[in-house]
Write a protein that binds this ligand. Structure first.
Ligand code: SF4
Length: 349
């Protein structure tokens, strides 16, 4: 058990609190099933006096993780169905995921790959990496490679440099994207050597996973600036999470904080149907209403695309809201006012 895990799972000292003991046992069951890790940077973000702290909610185990619904799935976005070789997910024609490692700096309680990630789960062996790179090299339609995991930025600069160099040598790979939580949850890892490791002659983007403005601490902002100042643009993806960012003010503050850091909000994910995550999921209608409010209140730079990964591995679909009537005769503005649109215009039925 990690030190962080031990810290979180300390037994209740008041033996009269039978209920506490029971919930302690339940938390032990959660930790036995799903990985737990909290970095010092995340521990410092948590307000221990707030029982509803949105940072703690993302990383501290909760007994509700033991409640599994029939519609929840160990592989909710269908990675396995689209894996031609170990470590590669080829779902869309022009891009692949390359899953280098199954470990992360922290373990998010709502993770869509929670059944696959954890300490000691390893990553791609030398031979498996060679086979994965070979698949990419002999598939000319692959324009973009997305390094994911786990979190690829838990790897050493030396290993990252090796992978980046080998990918950059593949002529048809023009873009490399790195999906990570590390700049916010372990900003000290974003060293000059790591930044240098990601720089190649190919366009490289770092996509930060962040769900609350408080994750963008000064060290996190400085870590992101190291990428951007080195010519590596940043995007962000966030997950819509009940009790973390499911109100317009909190969500807007997150998007603004990202843009102020020169990070363009890219996706707002509807929470996937991973086991034991129902307490995080909003309804899609609630998500659409939040997106309407975001558009009504915040700059266009602050607008991510609200997407749902279609269960079964069918990819991401934007899920609205829709501002145009089915027959294109009415369009809604950012204040919710509806306006007629002239018939027989180009693009209308
Ligand atoms: S960092 Fe990403 S892969 Fe790792 S636990 Fe969080 S959501 Fe899952």
């Amino acid at each position: 058990m990690s030190a962080a895990k031990a810290m979180r799972l300390k037994a209740p000292c008041d033996s009269s609190e039978f209920a506490n003991q029971k919930s302690f046992e339940a938390l032990q069951q959660v930790a036995a099933r799903y990985a737990v890790a909290i970095t010092p940077a995340v521990a410092a973000m948590i307000d221990a006096a707030d029982p509803h702290d949105p940072i703690a909610r993302q990383f501290v185990p909760d007994v509700r993780e033991l409640e599994h619904l029939p519609e929840e799935n160990a592989d909710p976005i269908g990675d396995d169905a689209h894996s031609p070789v170990e470590g590669v997910v080829h779902r869309y024609p022009d891009r692949v995921l390359l899953k280098l490692v199954n470990a992360c700096a922290v373990y998010c309680r709502f993770c869509f790959r929670r059944e696959m990630v954890g300490p000691g789960r390893g990553g791609l062996s030398r031979d498996a990496l060679a086979a994965a790179l070979d698949y990419i090299a002999r598939t000319p339609g692959i324009w973009e490679v997305i390094l994911t995991g786990g979190d690829p930025l838990v790897l050493s600069p030396r290993r990252l440099k090796d992978v980046m160099t080998r990918l950059a040598a593949i002529d048809h790979v023009k873009v490399i994207r790195v999906h990570t939580r590390v700049p916010a949850v372990a900003p000290e890892r974003i060293s000059p050597a790591l930044v240098k490791a990601l720089r190649t002659k190919k366009a490289t983007f770092v996509v930060l996973h962040a769900n609350h403005a408080r994750e963008l601490t000064e060290p996190a902002r400085a870590a992101c600036a190291r990428f951007i100042d080195a010519g590596i643009p940043m995007l962000a993806q966030s997950v819509l999470l009940r009790g973390v960012n499911d109100d317009a003010e909190t969500l807007g503050a997150l998007m603004r904080a990202l843009v102020e850091c020169r990070i363009k909000p890219y996706y707002l994910h509807h929470t996937d149907l991973a086991p034991g995550t129902a307490h995080f999921r909003t309804t899609i209608a609630e998500g659409q209403e939040l997106m309407r409010q975001l558009r009504g209140r915040n700059s266009g730079l602050c607008q991510p695309s609200y997407v749902l990964d279609v269960p079964g591995g069918y990819g991401k679909s934007p899920v609205g809201p829709n501002y145009l009537s089915d027959d294109c005769s009415v369009v809604e503005d950012f204040r919710g006012r509806r306006h007629a649109y002239p018939p027989r215009q180009k693009g209308c039925r």
